[in-house]
Design a protein around this ligand. Structure first.
Ligand SMILES: Nc1ncnc2c1ncn2[C@@H]1O[C@H](COP(=O)(O)OP(=O)(O)OP(=O)(O)O)[C@@H](O)[C@H]1O
Length: 876
């Protein structure tokens, strides 16, 4: 096919012109569209004559036009997501084309050498080509900056984004082989290239699977993989990755774990549906996310953006895979972090804020969900869709506006219609579509989201934007008052979020809560923060200093640009080694439960319920040891007698019994919550979330279900999800924990029947899933006593319900960091006890101390004994 290329044909430039084309293609100096058209045209011209030429590279000198064509071809490989047409421009170039162009070897320099090498490689691969034509190459020398990371070309020197000056993992991996590998090859027919790619990929896939399976062939075949690597074009596409499990989803994106078929590195790939982006008018959001991710790539503490690409349907962000997920499930799982852990993560967050703010990036949506954790449990900040990139001028202006606003607010609180302010409440400009979402921009729907961005500061404003009401950037619980009030944005907005996150890590819940956003906003504006009993005093002071309505008064707001000296030197951070923080092993995540440890602030938590007698009566001994025997019973005065009857699980009701009991419970006011199931046990408990406790009616039903109800509003608040993994553990007579894969429920029976609850739940679990699925009570009791149990089976159960939370939360097959794993705790029980002073049965009175000690001894003895021995002990 003959294609006329006006640009290529008219180009009579000199070598400098060639260089200038190269430079512009590389640095983005040329407008993407121009580069693309040059590239496309040149590539097509080159391709069109390929069939007539030989492989000889010792050919007549090239003309400037031809040089320009080559440079343009190189430019064509610099496809970036923002310039979709560039991707389309990566058209065929064969080895023959270069020969036809008559390039001088000396001019091409290393290129020629590499081409020769490539020739050799291709001779080995001729059979895969099938057409007899060799493939052409461009070399790393000529095109390294243009091809390695196609995404960064618009951001100037792309070398800064990846280690060792490489701009993509692929490039880094190629370079590590220290061979000037060809970057782009093309068979004489597209179809055959595709087949080659498929073959290469299937081989790589097999290698990957082999490697995953530990197959010896995987190492043997490494060289084979290297051999097929040159066939892969440099521009990434979805075909370069094996998409694995789904990690999560955002409002218009899905995130998958993926493996680069060439490097076998794992990535998280965010796949954004163009259709949804347009429908939700999130174009700016996406652009901003990409821009800021580029800015923060290679900065410690941030998710790297390795590359981006697109196809007709989707945009793809290839990012560092944060193996341990995000911070929120960890907080939810343990309820709250202990002080050491909170201190560490708060310090990492301070460092991250410094890094962002010194680059003029304000995140504006810092929250536990956006704080990811790498495999070493260090923080990686993600999700920059709401970020704002401020110019230094904007910063200064914002600072002065802050003072003006402060004054204005004080004098007249009514003027919140700040039409002129550079605010957050822009309507999306209709024409602000993603510059690379072709022809879909009329998919327009109203209801655009809030947007402002650095883009707007550098884009011409096509129409006056109007502040929008009722929308804001960020997430309700963490949004700062100035953002809510349409005020100027400064980095202090992130310091507010820092305060909220520290509060949440310590207490388990964000500081501003409410049934709806309106209530939350009112709380935020009035800055009414409750610090629950037991909140660490230094942490409280830090939070108070950060949660100031006036951003100028926030701790750190007046600090030197990008260095938060006043935050670093706050007493809460005493002992933090800031310089090496990210090299240190983060403290294991342990719950902060002052209510169940020896904390003098909580004497009441240790009081033994008044209805218990000193010493161990028969009932208590039976209760403790009966659990070891696995005898079922429901709490109540007759439970001791029932325990001896170990023939039948008392929850194993016949249909007739169930019907009878259902009839009987109809008068019970809690019956309506049981959904026609039999209530096997019920009672008031304090359900704790972090430091907060709420009174709930807990029902155990034949479902099996554990339903909790707000007794004041008479509303079902939720259920503890049952599964074979559910474990239950008593910490003392009052407190028991229910472990589920995603969360630990801390329950406190004020009546002191925690052990009965444990027993009942275990019985139900045995009934539903068989005894193998049930954690033994003895291990729970032993764990409660903080004394080591010797039974290995008990031990393993106990460790499975360990409070050191890491591996169970992370959706990762990698092992948890060693010092916070159950194994580590087993190996160093003393250290663990120090870290997690849970469950020591402590009582304020001498009498109850005796009770507790005896109980502990009995329990641990029971745990240590074999079942037979324990049975004997019990009968004695
Ligand atoms: N690099 C990553 N590594 C591991 N998990 C990730 C990574 N990036 C995102 N995720 C997870 O994928 C999920 C979806 O992320 P995504 O960024 O698409 O949406 P979001 O930011 O949660 O929502 P929205 O786009 O609406 O703001 C989140 O649960 C997030 O924790």
């Amino acid at each position: 096919m003959e294609v006329v290329c006006p640009i290529a044909m008219q180009n009579n430039g000199t070598q400098q012109q060639q260089q200038s084309v190269e430079t512009s293609a590389t640095t983005g100096g040329q407008s993407p569209a121009t580069c693309v058209s040059i590239a496309t045209a040149a590539a097509v011209v080159v391709a069109s004559s390929s069939s007539n030429n030989s492989n000889n590279i010792e050919t007549p000198p090239t003309t400037p036009q031809q040089q320009s064509n080559i440079a343009a071809v190189a430019a064509a490989t610099t496809a970036t997501m923002p310039a979709m047409p560039k991707e389309k421009a990566t058209t065929a170039v064969s080895f023959n084309n270069f020969a036809e162009l008559g390039l001088k070897k000396e001019r091409l320099g290393v290129m020629a050498t590499t081409m020769t090498r490539m020739q050799k490689q291709q001779q080995q691969q001729q059979q895969t080509c099938g057409c007899g034509a060799a493939s052409a190459v461009t070399t790393t020398t000529t095109t390294s900056t243009t091809t390695e990371n196609n995404n960064n070309s618009r951001y100037g020197n792309s070398n800064r984004y990846l280690p060792n000056g490489h701009t993509s993992p692929l490039a880094a991996a190629l370079a590590s082989n220290s061979s000037p590998l060809p970057i782009y090859t093309m068979c004489c027919s597209q179809q055959e290239l595709h087949q080659q790619q498929l073959r290469a990929q299937s081989q790589n896939t097999k290698l990957y699977i082999d490697a995953m399976m530990g197959s010896p062939s995987s190492s043997r075949n490494t060289s084979a993989a290297t051999a097929v690597e040159p066939l892969t074009p440099p521009k990434k596409s979805a075909d370069d990755y094996i998409f694995g499990r789904y990690i999560g989803e955002g409002s218009f994106s899905m995130v998958y774990l993926a493996v680069d078929v060439h490097t076998r590195r794992e990535y998280a790939i965010k796949v954004c549906e163009k259709r949804l982006i347009l429908r939700e008018r999130k174009q700016d959001y996406i652009k901003r996310e990409r821009e800021v991710m580029h800015m923060m790539t290679n900065v410690p503490g941030f998710v790297n953006l390795s590359c981006t690409f697109q196809d007709q349907r989707s945009l793809y962000f290839v990012m560092t895979y944060a193996k341990k997920g995000d911070l929120l499930p960890y907080i939810n799982k343990v309820g709250s972090f202990d002080v050491a852990c909170t201190r560490h993560y708060a310090a990492e967050l301070v460092l991250a804020c410094e890094q962002m703010h010194r680059r003029n990036v304000v995140h504006r949506d810092l929250k536990p969900e956006n704080i990811l954790l790498d495999e070493d449990m260090h923080m990686l900040i993600a999700d920059f869709g709401s970020a704002k990139v401020m110019t230094p001028k904007e910063r200064t202006e914002a600072a002065s506006q802050l003072s003006d606003r402060g004054r204005r607010r004080r004098s007249a609180r009514s003027s919140d219609d700040d039409e002129d302010s550079e605010d957050l409440y822009y309507d999306l400009d209709d024409q602000d579509d993603l510059d690379d979402v072709d022809g879909e921009s009329n998919d327009d729907v109203d209801g655009g989201d809030e947007v402002d961005s650095a883009y707007h500061s550098c884009m011409p404003r096509r129409r006056q934007r109007r502040p929008r009401r009722g929308s804001f950037v960020g997430t309700a619980q963490y949004v700062s008052p100035e953002v809510l009030q349409n005020g100027p944005i400064t980095p202090a907005a992130d310091l507010w979020a820092l305060g909220c996150i520290v509060y949440q890590m310590i207490s388990g819940l964000p500081p501003f809560r409410g049934s709806n956003d309106y209530v939350i906003f009112k709380e935020i504006l009035s800055c009414g923060v409750d610090f629950p009993q037991g909140f660490d005093k230094d942490a409280e002071d830090l939070v108070k200093c950060l949660l100031k309505v006036d951003p100028r008064e926030r701790l750190g707001a007046q600090d030197e640009f990008g260095y938060y000296e006043s935050i670093r030197s706050h007493p809460f951070f005493a002992g933090i080694q800031w310089r090496t923080l990210r090299q240190q092993t983060p403290p294991p995540i342990y719950p902060y439960l002052p209510g169940v440890c020896k904390d003098e602030d909580f004497p009441s938590s240790f009081s033994v319920p008044g209805d218990l007698e000193p010493g161990l009566d028969e009932r208590q001994i039976t209760r403790l040891l009966g659990m070891e025997l696995g005898v079922g019973s429901v709490g109540g005065s007759d439970s001791a007698a029932q325990k001896t009857a170990k023939t039948k699980n008392s929850f194993d009701l016949s249909d007739a019994e169930k019907m009878q009991r259902r009839q009987a419970q109809k008068t019970d006011k809690w019956h309506v919550f049981a959904d026609d199931e039999v209530i096997l046990k019920k009672g008031f408990v304090n359900k704790r979330k972090g430091l907060f406790a709420r009174k709930r009616m807990l029902l155990l039903t034949t479902g099996p279900r554990l339903i909790y109800i707000d007794p004041v509003q008479m509303i079902k608040k939720g259920e503890i999800p049952w599964s074979p993994e559910l474990r239950v553990e008593a910490k003392n007579f009052k407190i028991f924990f229910v472990y589920t894969p995603n969360r630990t429920y801390y329950l406190d029976d004020p009546e002191g029947y925690a052990l009965d609850w444990v027993e009942a739940i275990e019985n139900m679990s045995k009934l539903s899933y068989g005894s193998a699925a049930t954690a033994t009570s003895a291990s729970a009791s032993a764990s409660a006593s903080s004394l080591p149990a010797t039974s290995s089976s008990n031990r393993s159960n106990s460790s499975s319900s360990s409070l050191a939370i890491v591996a169970s939360i992370a959706n990762s097959n990698s092992s948890a960091s060693s010092n916070c794993s159950p194994t580590a705790r087993r190996n160093s029980p003393a250290a663990c006890r120090q870290q997690m002073p849970l469950g020591s049965l402590t009582a304020p009175t001498a009498a109850s101390t005796t009770t507790a000690t005896l109980a502990v001894t009995s329990a641990s003895a029971a745990a240590a004994a074999t079942t037979t021995h324990a049975k004997k002990t019990a009968s004695n």
